[in-house]
Design a protein around this ligand. Structure first.
Ligand SMILES: C[S@@+](CC[C@H](N)C(=O)[O-])C[C@H]1O[C@@H](n2cnc3c(N)ncnc32)[C@H](O)[C@@H]1O
Length: 298
């Protein structure tokens, strides 16, 4: 894996982490190349996205009292953040989506991850850029976490819009996707129930678990389980995948696991640092999360 800036020449001879504005990087990547492009841009929430990491240490003189009456102090380790407010959101996305389409291989697919605030406007924009006949799916990723308002239905899903470069010629391998239990196994044969079913376009999947192996602390990090499905189905072993809004590098982690090549781009120095650590060659994710936990204890 190579880490480089957007200004350096871009050669697809290794997995790449590229620091810089993705508009400039997309312009310089080779056309007709990628099996899959996953885009998870800031959702235009109008807020800065931030996550703070605390380290705690035992301290008999401290004022915070925890389990068993022990006193401890906490220290703010780092604030991971990026801005998420755009005056012209679709104007920001349009040139990047247009270029993304050109970078897809003939059999390639775009997975565009967004939430309910912008999904419908983005669908219209994507129809315009790819053509309505290139629209493959609207995936709903449903989770159940966080605050629940009492005066409307709690919004607990994201939308992933899927478009293909060439209608009818796209790569899609349902056998590469892990099957899931039937909701009503009594309604199908025992053999079918044991085999499980192909997931539909509604995916129930937890958010990244707070203390889980894959947690990096980066705000808006997506679960590997969600990306594993789309990488498995829509890219071939050894094929190239691209994430222009890479954040903590979830696409890279999944590509590594499934034997795909990857290009990850982000303009945040913090994101690059998180990815560099997460994807360090030869270090399994479990080892990295153990290191992190050890550092937090000392
Ligand atoms: C929603 S987060 C991506 C999270 C990622 N999918 C993950 O699992 O960690 C969006 C990312 O886009 C990056 N970003 C925003 N505008 C960008 C731009 N113009 N060029 C490159 N990266 C950008 C932000 O720094 C942020 O890391």
């Amino acid at each position: 894996m190579r880490i480089q800036s957007a200004a350096e020449p871009i050669e697809l001879d290794d997995d790449l982490l590229i620091a810089g504005d993705n508009a400039a990087v997309l312009r310089r990547l080779p056309e007709d190349t990628f099996d899959l492009i996953y885009m998870d841009p800031p959702f235009n929430t109008g807020r800065a996205q931030a996550r703070r990491t605390l380290a705690v240490a035992a301290d008999p003189g401290a004022t915070r009292i925890g389990f068993g009456g022990r006193r401890y102090r906490s220290r703010l380790l780092e604030t991971l953040s990026y801005d998420d407010a755009f005056a012209d959101y679709l104007g920001f996305l349009e040139p990047r989506l247009t270029r993304a389409r050109e970078l897809l291989a003939t059999h390639g697919s775009l997975y565009f991850h967004i939430d309910y605030r912008e999904a419908h406007y983005c669908k219209l924009l994507l129809d315009e850029i790819f053509g309505r006949d290139a629209f493959l799916n609207e995936l709903i990723w449903a989770y159940d976490y966080g605050a629940k308002p009492r005066r409307r239905w709690p919004a607990k899903h994201d939308t992933i819009l899927v478009y293909v470069r060439t209608p009818g010629a796209h790569h899609f391998d349902p056998d590469a996707v892990e099957r899931e239990p039937y909701m009503a196994p009594g309604l199908v044969s025992a053999e079918k129930a044991a085999r499980g079913k192909m997931p539909t376009d509604v995916w129930f999947h937890t958010i990244v678990p707070t203390n889980g192996r894959e947690k990096t602390g980066y705000p808006t990090q997506k679960p590997e389980g969600v990306l594993r499905r789309l990488v498995g189905a829509s890219s071939r072993p050894g094929g190239w995948c691209l994430d222009p809004f890479a954040g903590s590098g979830t696409l890279g982690a999944v590509c590594r696991e499934l034997g795909r090549r990857f290009v990850l781009v982000d303009d945040s120095a913090v994101a690059l640092e998180v990815m560099r650590e997460r994807l360090a060659p030869g270090r399994p994710a479990e080892a990295k999360s153990r290191d992190r936990a050890r550092a937090a204890r000392t």
